[in-house]
Design a protein around this ligand. Structure first.
Ligand SMILES: Nc1ncnc2c1ncn2[C@@H]1O[C@H](COP(=O)(O)OP(=O)(O)OP(=O)(O)O)[C@@H](O)[C@H]1O
Ligand SMILES: [Mg+2]
Length: 381
């Protein structure tokens, strides 16, 4: 096992800058998720660790040792791809044993490792089958088994469960997390699915267009997003963003728009009045679960909107409300709003401690000194 470090790493393909100045420390034994939309540079970053892509600039360290120039097979790192890459003519047992045979390991040791990995993945009964006799989920387990047997210093996963059905994905999330914790092997897991990142990782590194946006625990990136882009990428349904103008002074600050007046909590007022906002324009972020809805206008519900649609989700519902030209989603108990209420005027209240503020020019979060301190995240393992 070992730590992994990116020191000012760049990846360029001709005209494309896929990874731009990536600096990231992954602790020994940590489960780090590299999260971001398609094309943001996740696979490029992972493939540079594995040695499958040339590093354009910067260094990658494994256990403190620079590995830029090591051949992939000498890196002691194992990678699982979305495509299973199994040998169709070989049994499950042979597919798992093959990487060890290439390393000239004894027959007994190979057998011990294959059976142990098969036990962990609950595929002991499938060892004699061929890949064509397996379901997609079973094939994926075998592909994971092939890397487990190697007992490498680090595991790399590139969207390993993206094509499985939703139920199997949910199960595999739990299993992969369990196995990683049991083995304690440093793991980098690439996904574009924020739910996978949030539910599996010790920390999440969020990338956009080749640039690392934020690194933190799932709670940190959810509760203290560093910018408006991260705020709306993490969480489902996403955070609502409202634009207004900052008014007031020492007596108290309020964000004002024709449809709402949102009082700035005292704790945030200092940093907001110090920030250099162009024309005092500001973005207010509030998650759907931090909003409440009422048919009665009062001081506790200072945002005016109109019901657009209701989406029931089992025990809760997501109410789509139009506030001015903006779409605002509210998460509420099932039955809070009925289909007949579409087009009705409603009033929204908010949880004052759960408001986020962003500079509309830069997108950067404006935070109080107290939250700024806790937002700096170091590896904890
Ligand atoms: N071999 C290549 N030649 C040229 N450009 C490439 C190559 N591989 C990737 N790119 C470009 O580099 C950028 C990052 O690609 P990368 O595969 O790292 O993204 P990703 O985050 O893994 O996306 P996805 O979620 O779609 O897999 C993209 O703009 C992509 O088009
Ligand atoms: Mg990719």
């Amino acid at each position: 096992m070992a730590s992994l470090t990116f020191n000012s790493v760049w990846k360029r393909y001709d005209q494309v800058e896929a990874v731009k100045d990536l600096n990231l420390d992954i602790a020994d034994g940590e489960f780090l998720c590299l999260l971001g939309p398609s094309g943001c540079g996740k696979s490029s970053s992972l493939r540079m660790i594995a040695g499958l892509e040339f590093i354009s600039a910067g260094d990658i360290l494994l256990g403190g040792e620079r590995i830029n120039d090591l051949e992939p097979r000498n890196r002691d790192i194992a990678m699982v791809f979305e495509s299973y890459a199994l040998y169709p003519q070989k049994s499950v047992y042979e597919n798992m044993a093959n990487p060890l045979r290439l390393r000239k390991m004894s027959k007994d040791e190979i057998d011990r490792r294959v059976r142990e990995a098969a036990g962990m993945l609950e595929i002991e009964r499938l060892l004699d089958r061929r890949p064509s006799q397996l379901s997609g989920g079973q094939k994926q387990r075998v592909a994971i088994g092939r890397v487990l047997v190697r007992e490498p210093k680090a595991f790399l996963f590139d969207e390993p469960i993206a094509h499985l059905d939703a139920k199997l994905r949910a199960r595999m999330r739990g299993e992969l997390k369990h196995i990683q914790k049991r083995l304690g092997t440093t793991t980098v897991y690439v996904t574009h699915d924020q739910l996978e990142g949030m539910s599996m990782a010790d920390r999440i590194a969020i990338m956009r267009e080749g640039v690392l946006q934020q690194v933190g625990t799932p709670q940190e990136v959810f509760n203290q997003p560093s910018n408006v882009w991260v705020a709306t990428f993490v969480g489902d349904p996403p955070m609502n963003i409202l634009q207004g103008e900052l008014q007031g002074g020492d007596g108290g600050l309020t964000v004002v728009a024709p449809e709402f007046r949102i009082d700035v909590p005292t704790m945030q007022a200092g940093s907001l009045s110090e920030s250099k906002l162009a024309d005092r324009k500001i973005l207010v972020g509030v998650r759907p679960e931090a909003l409440r809805i009422s048919s009665i206008q009062d001081a506790a519900h200072p945002i005016t909107g109109r019901v657009y649609a209701v989406q029931p989700l089992g025990d809760v519902e997501v109410i789509d409300v139009r506030v001015g030209g903006d779409r605002v989603l509210v998460r509420a108990e099932l039955g809070t709003v009925a289909n007949e209420d579409v087009d009705a005027t409603v009033y929204l209240g908010y949880h004052a401690q759960k408001l986020h503020f962003f500079d509309p020019t830069t997108g950067v979060a404006i935070r109080s000194a107290a939250t700024r301190q806790t937002a700096v995240s170091q590896p904890t393992i």
